[in-house]
Write a protein that binds this ligand. Structure first.
Ligand SMILES: O=P(O)(O)OC[C@H]1O[C@H](OP(=O)(O)OP(=O)(O)O)[C@H](O)[C@@H]1O
Ligand code: HPA
Ligand SMILES: [Mg+2]
Length: 180
Protein backbone atom coordinates (compact mmCIF):
# COMPACT_ATOMS: atom_id res chain seq x y z
CA UNK A 1 0.00 0.00 0.00
CA UNK A 2 2.78 2.48 0.92
CA UNK A 3 4.40 1.76 -2.47
CA UNK A 4 1.46 3.42 -4.23
CA UNK A 5 2.36 6.78 -2.65
CA UNK A 6 4.57 9.14 -4.64
CA UNK A 7 5.23 11.59 -1.82
CA UNK A 8 4.16 12.06 1.79
CA UNK A 9 2.76 15.58 2.17
CA UNK A 10 1.86 15.61 5.86
CA UNK A 11 3.11 13.14 8.43
CA UNK A 12 1.10 11.79 11.34
CA UNK A 13 3.00 14.18 13.66
CA UNK A 14 2.31 17.24 11.48
CA UNK A 15 -1.38 16.33 11.31
CA UNK A 16 -1.47 15.91 15.09
CA UNK A 17 0.15 19.31 15.66
CA UNK A 18 -2.22 21.15 13.32
CA UNK A 19 -5.23 19.34 14.83
CA UNK A 20 -4.24 20.51 18.32
CA UNK A 21 -3.91 24.09 17.04
CA UNK A 22 -7.34 23.99 15.36
CA UNK A 23 -8.89 22.40 18.46
CA UNK A 24 -7.64 25.28 20.62
CA UNK A 25 -9.11 27.89 18.26
CA UNK A 26 -12.44 26.05 18.07
CA UNK A 27 -12.58 25.64 21.86
CA UNK A 28 -12.12 29.40 22.33
CA UNK A 29 -14.73 30.27 19.73
CA UNK A 30 -17.38 27.81 20.91
CA UNK A 31 -17.16 28.08 24.71
CA UNK A 32 -20.78 28.24 26.01
CA UNK A 33 -22.19 27.78 22.48
CA UNK A 34 -22.78 24.00 22.64
CA UNK A 35 -22.19 23.49 18.88
CA UNK A 36 -23.26 20.49 16.84
CA UNK A 37 -20.06 19.23 15.25
CA UNK A 38 -20.90 17.47 11.98
CA UNK A 39 -18.61 14.86 10.49
CA UNK A 40 -18.98 14.49 6.73
CA UNK A 41 -18.62 10.77 6.11
CA UNK A 42 -16.65 8.93 5.17
CA UNK A 43 -13.51 10.94 4.51
CA UNK A 44 -13.64 13.14 7.62
CA UNK A 45 -13.96 10.29 10.11
CA UNK A 46 -10.30 10.10 11.20
CA UNK A 47 -9.92 13.88 11.42
CA UNK A 48 -13.19 14.21 13.36
CA UNK A 49 -12.12 11.57 15.87
CA UNK A 50 -8.82 13.36 16.55
CA UNK A 51 -10.19 16.92 16.40
CA UNK A 52 -13.09 16.16 18.75
CA UNK A 53 -10.60 15.21 21.49
CA UNK A 54 -8.99 18.64 21.13
CA UNK A 55 -12.30 20.50 21.56
CA UNK A 56 -12.32 21.10 25.28
CA UNK A 57 -15.83 22.43 25.79
CA UNK A 58 -19.38 21.05 25.51
CA UNK A 59 -20.42 19.99 22.04
CA UNK A 60 -22.61 17.39 20.35
CA UNK A 61 -21.65 15.24 17.38
CA UNK A 62 -23.63 14.14 14.38
CA UNK A 63 -22.79 12.45 11.10
CA UNK A 64 -23.85 12.94 7.52
CA UNK A 65 -22.88 10.72 4.61
CA UNK A 66 -22.39 12.66 1.41
CA UNK A 67 -20.69 11.42 -1.72
CA UNK A 68 -19.74 12.99 -5.04
CA UNK A 69 -16.55 11.21 -6.14
CA UNK A 70 -17.76 7.61 -6.23
CA UNK A 71 -14.76 5.44 -7.13
CA UNK A 72 -12.91 8.00 -9.27
CA UNK A 73 -10.58 10.98 -8.94
CA UNK A 74 -12.99 13.50 -10.53
CA UNK A 75 -16.07 15.05 -8.95
CA UNK A 76 -19.24 13.72 -10.59
CA UNK A 77 -20.83 17.14 -10.01
CA UNK A 78 -23.74 15.45 -8.27
CA UNK A 79 -23.68 15.61 -4.46
CA UNK A 80 -25.68 12.70 -3.06
CA UNK A 81 -26.92 12.69 0.54
CA UNK A 82 -26.74 9.07 1.63
CA UNK A 83 -27.38 9.59 5.36
CA UNK A 84 -28.90 12.73 6.82
CA UNK A 85 -28.39 14.21 10.31
CA UNK A 86 -30.36 12.90 13.28
CA UNK A 87 -30.30 16.27 15.11
CA UNK A 88 -32.48 19.29 14.22
CA UNK A 89 -30.16 22.25 13.55
CA UNK A 90 -32.66 25.10 13.83
CA UNK A 91 -31.25 27.80 16.12
CA UNK A 92 -28.02 25.83 16.71
CA UNK A 93 -24.40 26.70 16.08
CA UNK A 94 -23.06 24.17 13.60
CA UNK A 95 -19.46 23.32 12.78
CA UNK A 96 -18.91 21.15 9.69
CA UNK A 97 -15.78 18.99 9.80
CA UNK A 98 -14.32 17.93 6.44
CA UNK A 99 -11.19 16.15 5.28
CA UNK A 100 -10.83 18.21 2.09
CA UNK A 101 -12.46 21.03 0.15
CA UNK A 102 -11.68 20.58 -3.52
CA UNK A 103 -14.22 21.95 -6.04
CA UNK A 104 -16.33 23.16 -3.09
CA UNK A 105 -19.49 21.46 -4.40
CA UNK A 106 -20.00 19.19 -1.39
CA UNK A 107 -19.60 22.00 1.13
CA UNK A 108 -21.75 24.45 -0.79
CA UNK A 109 -24.57 21.93 -0.88
CA UNK A 110 -24.23 21.16 2.82
CA UNK A 111 -23.92 24.77 3.97
CA UNK A 112 -26.99 25.74 1.88
CA UNK A 113 -28.97 22.90 3.41
CA UNK A 114 -28.04 23.89 6.99
CA UNK A 115 -28.89 27.56 6.37
CA UNK A 116 -32.20 26.47 4.84
CA UNK A 117 -32.87 24.51 8.05
CA UNK A 118 -32.26 27.76 9.97
CA UNK A 119 -29.03 26.96 11.78
CA UNK A 120 -27.93 29.94 13.88
CA UNK A 121 -24.39 29.80 12.49
CA UNK A 122 -22.59 27.50 10.05
CA UNK A 123 -18.80 27.30 10.05
CA UNK A 124 -16.40 24.95 8.31
CA UNK A 125 -13.25 23.27 9.57
CA UNK A 126 -11.27 21.33 6.97
CA UNK A 127 -7.99 19.50 7.34
CA UNK A 128 -7.06 20.16 3.71
CA UNK A 129 -7.94 22.94 1.32
CA UNK A 130 -7.24 22.68 -2.43
CA UNK A 131 -8.16 26.24 -3.55
CA UNK A 132 -6.82 25.87 -7.13
CA UNK A 133 -9.69 23.58 -8.09
CA UNK A 134 -12.54 25.61 -6.62
CA UNK A 135 -15.63 26.08 -8.80
CA UNK A 136 -17.85 27.26 -5.92
CA UNK A 137 -17.18 30.21 -3.62
CA UNK A 138 -16.74 28.19 -0.43
CA UNK A 139 -14.33 29.70 2.12
CA UNK A 140 -13.48 27.55 5.16
CA UNK A 141 -13.19 29.15 8.60
CA UNK A 142 -10.49 26.77 9.91
CA UNK A 143 -7.90 25.13 7.64
CA UNK A 144 -5.15 22.66 8.52
CA UNK A 145 -3.09 22.74 5.32
CA UNK A 146 -3.37 24.09 1.78
CA UNK A 147 -2.64 21.30 -0.70
CA UNK A 148 -1.43 21.48 -4.29
CA UNK A 149 -3.64 20.47 -7.21
CA UNK A 150 -2.92 16.74 -6.92
CA UNK A 151 -5.10 13.79 -5.95
CA UNK A 152 -4.22 13.05 -2.34
CA UNK A 153 -5.06 10.05 -0.17
CA UNK A 154 -4.64 8.87 3.41
CA UNK A 155 -5.92 9.87 6.86
CA UNK A 156 -9.51 9.32 5.71
CA UNK A 157 -9.12 10.29 2.05
CA UNK A 158 -9.65 7.48 -0.44
CA UNK A 159 -9.16 6.44 -3.99
CA UNK A 160 -11.80 3.83 -4.92
CA UNK A 161 -12.41 3.17 -1.22
CA UNK A 162 -8.76 2.41 -0.42
CA UNK A 163 -5.97 4.22 1.48
CA UNK A 164 -8.23 5.81 4.13
CA UNK A 165 -6.30 3.90 6.79
CA UNK A 166 -2.91 5.46 5.98
CA UNK A 167 -1.82 7.52 9.02
CA UNK A 168 -0.41 10.31 6.78
CA UNK A 169 -1.60 12.31 3.73
CA UNK A 170 0.24 11.67 0.50
CA UNK A 171 0.06 12.08 -3.27
CA UNK A 172 -1.04 8.94 -5.06
CA UNK A 173 1.18 7.81 -7.95
CA UNK A 174 -0.76 8.69 -11.13
CA UNK A 175 -0.12 5.21 -12.57
CA UNK A 176 -2.31 3.78 -9.80
CA UNK A 177 -5.42 5.44 -11.25
CA UNK A 178 -4.29 5.81 -14.88
CA UNK A 179 -4.05 2.02 -15.25
CA UNK A 180 -7.68 1.60 -14.21
O1 LIG B 1 -15.02 19.94 -2.74
P1 LIG B 1 -15.48 18.70 -3.45
O2 LIG B 1 -14.97 18.67 -4.87
O3 LIG B 1 -16.94 18.49 -3.39
O4 LIG B 1 -14.73 17.47 -2.77
C1 LIG B 1 -14.65 17.25 -1.39
C2 LIG B 1 -15.45 16.08 -0.95
O5 LIG B 1 -15.08 14.92 -1.70
C3 LIG B 1 -14.72 13.85 -0.83
O6 LIG B 1 -15.82 13.05 -0.52
P2 LIG B 1 -16.31 11.82 -1.43
O7 LIG B 1 -17.41 12.25 -2.33
O8 LIG B 1 -15.12 11.18 -2.08
O9 LIG B 1 -16.92 10.85 -0.33
P3 LIG B 1 -16.12 10.05 0.82
O10 LIG B 1 -15.75 11.07 1.87
O11 LIG B 1 -17.09 9.05 1.32
O12 LIG B 1 -14.90 9.46 0.18
C4 LIG B 1 -14.23 14.57 0.42
O13 LIG B 1 -14.30 13.74 1.54
C5 LIG B 1 -15.14 15.76 0.50
O14 LIG B 1 -16.34 15.47 1.19
O1 HPA C 1 -7.65 14.87 -3.62
C1 HPA C 1 -8.60 14.16 -3.19
N1 HPA C 1 -8.38 12.91 -2.69
C2 HPA C 1 -9.37 12.12 -2.21
N2 HPA C 1 -10.64 12.47 -2.23
C3 HPA C 1 -10.95 13.69 -2.71
N3 HPA C 1 -12.13 14.29 -2.83
C4 HPA C 1 -11.93 15.48 -3.35
N4 HPA C 1 -10.61 15.68 -3.60
C5 HPA C 1 -9.96 14.55 -3.21
MG1 LIG D 1 -13.92 9.81 -1.54
Amino acid sequence: MNNDIEKVLYSREEIQAVTEKLGKQITEEYIDKNPIVICVLKGAVLFMADLAREIKTYCEMDFMDVSSYGDGTKSTGEVKIIKDLDTPVEGRNVLIVEDIIDTGRTLERLADLLHHRKAKSVKICTLLDKPERRVKGVVPDYVGFEVPNEFVVGYGLDYAGRYRNLPYVGILKPEVYENK
